[in-house]
Write a protein that binds this ligand. Structure first.
Ligand code: RI2
Length: 316
């Protein structure tokens, strides 16, 4: 399981960062690992897939996109009849290719829809680094819209620096602020765009810690708060009553040589209630968080059939 184990390590230590990158890396690793499989029969090949799946699922808790993508491939492989392990390997590759194609189509559509919300002269506030939000910025820039971005540094891992570099590479005017300065700067903004790690059946969104504070500040200042995301980040377990698990990361990320006895808490994500979200910008266009189940049934009905082990976390 060398390929899968290496990918899992890179996901765990945040070398691979962002919900989308995590999902794509995990799927690639699974398929590459299967290519090297020396399984003699179908049962052993499927058992190897199950081991790989478990290793990948244990990397990070709040990653429904990765879980959905891997469960989809595993389910398709289990449900069909195979003549040989070779055939199964080919189909795993094809399923992954189809998933990637669908993902890129969704991304293009999401970017086109999102870019229309950025009007000339706008100041857009964003938090953390989301490749989906970056795609919207890129598309707006490509269309010649003149706008600027206020971005948070995003403690403790400073993902805001990734966003900052991408914006400067695009030639977009970018201003970085510390996370606690959001309320001071929100009044000068026209729009908030953030990404998502998970979407629940109620239309609540789990994203980088601090997102819900940004949403509160936006609500107070009457600035629209939009979430840019693929619908594949929907967590089907939440339909059955489970709370989305919120990953708690190591205290050393917050303070490496903290004094003994100090308690440090370091949740990676928080929940933004749907009431604070103007819309979810996704491959179905802009939808209200309340209509999430309808959108999932229309676009990815299989998502509601591929639930596996439950995830429990703190209540929203
Ligand atoms: P894309 C990130 O989490 C951020 O919370 C970001 O908004 C979200 O993933 C979505 O990113 P982390 O993996 O999928 O850095 O849009 O902990 O790239």
């Amino acid at each position: 399981m060398k390929i899968v184990e290496e990918a899992a390590e890179r996901i765990k230590n945040l070398e691979v960062q962002g919900a989308t990158n995590v999902a794509l890396t995990a799927v690639r690793a699974l398929v590459e690992q299967m290519e090297l499989s020396e399984a003699k029969d179908m049962d052993s090949a499927l058992a190897e897939i199950a081991i790989a799946r478990d290793i990948l699922f244990q990397t990070r808790e709040t990653e429904p996109f990765m879980r959905n993508a891997i469960r989809y491939i595993e389910r398709e492989l289990r449900e069909r009849k195979w003549r040989s392990v070779r055939e199964l390997q080919g189909v795993a590759q094809r399923l992954a290719d189809e998933l990637f194609e669908e993902f890129h189509r969704s991304r293009r559509r999401t970017a086109e829809v999102g870019a229309k919300r950025i009007r000339p002269g706008y100041s857009v506030l964003t938090h953390c680094h989301s490749s989906a939000v970056t795609m919207v910025f890129k598309e707006a820039k490509r269309q010649g819209v003149d706008f600027e971005v206020i971005l948070t540094e995003t403690r403790p891992r400073y993902q805001g620096r990734i966003t900052a570099r991408e914006l400067l590479d695009m030639g977009v005017r970018a201003t970085m602020i510390v996370d606690s300065a959001v309320r001071s700067f929100i009044k000068g903004s026209d729009l908030v765009l953030v990404g998502a790690d998970a979407i629940t059946s109620e239309g609540n969104v789990i994203n980088k810690i601090g997102s819900s504070q940004v949403a509160l500040a936006a609500d107070e200042a009457r600035i629209p708060f939009y979430v840019v995301t693929e619908l594949l980040k929907f967590d089907p377990q939440t339909v059955h009553g489970d709370y989305e698990a919120i990953e708690e990361r190591d205290a050393s990320e917050v303070w490496e040589d903290a004094p003994k006895g100090l308690i440090i808490r370091n949740p990676a994500f928080d929940v933004t209630r749907r009431d604070y979200i103007h819309g979810i910008i996704c491959e179905e266009g802009i939808i209200s968080p309340q209509s999430i189940m309808e959108a999932i049934r229309r676009r990815y009905p299989w998502l509601l059939e591929v639930t596996g082990t439950s995830s429990h976390g703190p209540s929203p």
